[in-house]
Design a protein around this ligand. Structure first.
Ligand SMILES: [Fe+2]
Length: 206
């Protein structure tokens, strides 16, 4: 991880991908940073938000904790699920309990596989640990069912991309190796999470 590219990115509701200040890895290295410490730190950070819709204001601090975790947790890098041969992808939930407000997972995706066009209905931080991913970004037009693309960004191993709850993307794992990511999301609001079609235009819950 120390030899990888390091850059943090932020995608806003208009589909603009902007670089964000990124801490140098040697400023974050420590002997141990366990998952339970990371989860406590993130819960402490978002506890300052007046409500769940404002939690994404704290993305800079959350990105810092994600970078701290992926740099210092050998264990995390071993939590790599084998992709399902039928779907070409696999998700491993790292922690959950009833009412828990975070989604914490690793995801493996075979090269060539794409997600639907979607938003998450909450903030998100994704660290690419291995492989390459193309993020095609979109924004909603005046007509609520219509979307238009705002660009593409190719994420490299070592980079972290983060999202405002309304940010819309489609992700494709690029050749030659599967992509392996650590993903953290806030409390998903089902009424705010959508899958989009652009030819013809359509929106449905995701
Ligand atoms: Fe996504």
């Amino acid at each position: 991880m120390i030899d990888m590219l390091h850059q943090d990115w932020f995608v806003d509701a208009q589909g603009q991908c902007q670089p964000r200040p990124t801490l140098r890895p040697w400023d974050l290295l420590q002997e141990h940073y366990y998952l339970h410490q990371f989860l406590s730190d993130v819960l402490h950070i978002i506890a300052h938000a007046p409500n769940e819709f404002d939690q994404w204001d704290y993305l800079p601090q959350i990105r810092r904790r994600v970078r701290q975790l992926v740099l210092n947790s050998y264990w995390l890098n071993t939590q790599r699920p084998d992709p399902d041969p039928k779907t070409g992808t696999a998700i491993l939930t790292l922690y959950d309990e009833i009412g828990y407000p975070l989604t914490v997972q690793t995801v493996t995706t075979c090269a060539g596989m794409s997600t639907p066009i979607h938003n998450h209905g909450t903030w998100g931080v994704v660290a690419l640990l291995e492989g390459q991913e193309r993020h095609t970004l979109w924004r909603r037009m005046t007509h609520p069912d219509r979307i238009e693309t705002t660009g593409q960004y190719i994420l490299q191993a070592g980079e972290i991309i983060s999202f405002q709850p309304e940010a819309i993307h489609q992700v494709e794992a690029l050749e030659p190796t599967p992509s392996f990511t650590f993903q953290l999301y806030g409390d998903t609001q089902p009424k705010s999470r959508f899958q989009f079609e652009h030819a013809p235009f359509a929106v449905k819950p995701f």
